[in-house]
Write a protein that binds this ligand. Structure first.
Ligand SMILES: [Zn+2]
Ligand SMILES: [Zn+2]
Length: 344
């Protein structure tokens, strides 16, 4: 729903005019979709920690002013030339995977997720912090009817990242999977892990999220402030996988010894500090560390379908587009419960 009046043919946009600048709410002309693109009437857009890359200019080559946003849910309202499969009125989303070049070595291998020239919504082109956005068809995700826009939006980055990392982690149903962090990623990771048939141990700092973690599907909650979490995991037999969601390399390093034989630390929480693990820790038990980033639009559709089937839903706080600065500050504070979503 459009909450603020704008002149005909124009729209409201929350943009960043230069690295580190505050959000500006400006009016722009509604764009036309080019060849192979569609225009989306945006209904909701999640505010992700990675939007700081755009806000603070931490990603090389961003052209400003730039509109962040890669958790977009809306409706196609215009088709560019050459678009045949998608229809006006269709509900679609755009996540982190904003399009591939189709020509690099990874793409030629069919590994679009690791495209060398991956386009990212809100970084390579204007994203979802606006009333209308233009996206290439390679980026589009079909949204099932049963999910609302505000539910679907966070699943397109936080959701797919946790779900896709878990389903590629090698853990089998019944295995012990630890989810480190009960936050924006972790509260989804616990749900996806539980619904995937794993025995879930949630690891958080402090006791305040213990009851919530259990409601979300964890069978055990480990307070890493009060106990040695790695030892606690060993007491449970050792984790097959630790899904590390909280962006703290220190916490990940401390938890590594909670892995059982052939266990894997699956890293999705982005931190710039090194994870410290000795070769001996890796060698004993043949344990490993792997990183994982998001997935393709079809992986996103799998995520939405799995959420639809199993009832996995993000916990959200919503803010109107005009309050983008407040919403972003709330996300950065780490106090949001748990994903912040803008509505248009
Ligand atoms: Zn994200
Ligand atoms: Zn490529």
């Amino acid at each position: 729903m459009v909450t603020t009046a704008v002149a005909a043919g124009t729209m409201k946009v929350a943009q960043v005019s230069s690295p580190g600048a505050d959000f500006q709410i400006v009016e722009r002309e509604i764009p036309k979709p080019a060849l192979g693109h569609v225009r989306i009437k945006v209904q909701a857009c999640g505010v992700c920690h990675s939007d700081a890359l755009t806000k603070e200019g931490a990603w090389p080559g961003i052209q400003y002013p730039r509109v962040p946003g890669h958790e977009v849910a809306g409706v196609i309202d215009e088709l560019g030339a050459g678009v045949s499969v998608w229809e006006i009125g269709q509900r679609v989303g755009v996540g982190w995977h904003g399009g591939q070049d189709g020509t690099c070595l990874s793409c030629r291998r069919g590994d679009f997720r690791n495209c060398r020239n991956l386009k990212i919504s809100g970084i390579s082109y204007d994203g979802g912090y606006q009333q209308y956005m233009v996206a290439p068809v390679e980026a589009l995700v079909a949204i099932p009817e049963s999910l609302t826009d505000v539910e679907a939006a966070p699943l397109l980055c936080a959701g797919i990242t946790t779900f896709n990392a878990l389903r590629h982690s090698g853990a089998l149903p019944g295995d012990l999977v630890a989810v480190q962090g009960v936050g924006g990623l972790g509260h989804l990771g616990i749900q996806f892990a539980s619904k995937s048939g794993y025995e879930v141990a949630a690891v958080g700092r402090g006791s305040e999220n213990a009851a919530l973690a259990k409601r979300l599907g964890a069978s055990v909650y480990i307070d890493s402030k009060a106990t040695n979490a790695a030892e606690e995991l060993q007491r449970l037999g050792g984790a097959q996988v630790i899904l590390a969601t909280a962006p703290s390399s220190k916490a990940m390093s401390e938890l590594f010894d909670g892995l059982g034989p052939n266990g894997k630390l699956m890293v999705i929480g982005a931190d710039f500090d090194p994870i410290e693990v000795t070769p001996i820790q890796l060698i004993s038990g043949s344990r490993s560390i792997q990183g994982w980033s998001s997935g393709t639009p079809v992986d996103a559709e799998d995520t939405l379908r799995f959420a639809e089937l199993t009832g996995v839903r993000p916990m959200i706080e919503t803010y109107p587009l005009e309050k983008a600065a407040v919403a972003y500050a709330r996300m950065i504070s780490g106090d949001a419960q748990f994903r912040v979503v803008l509505t248009m």
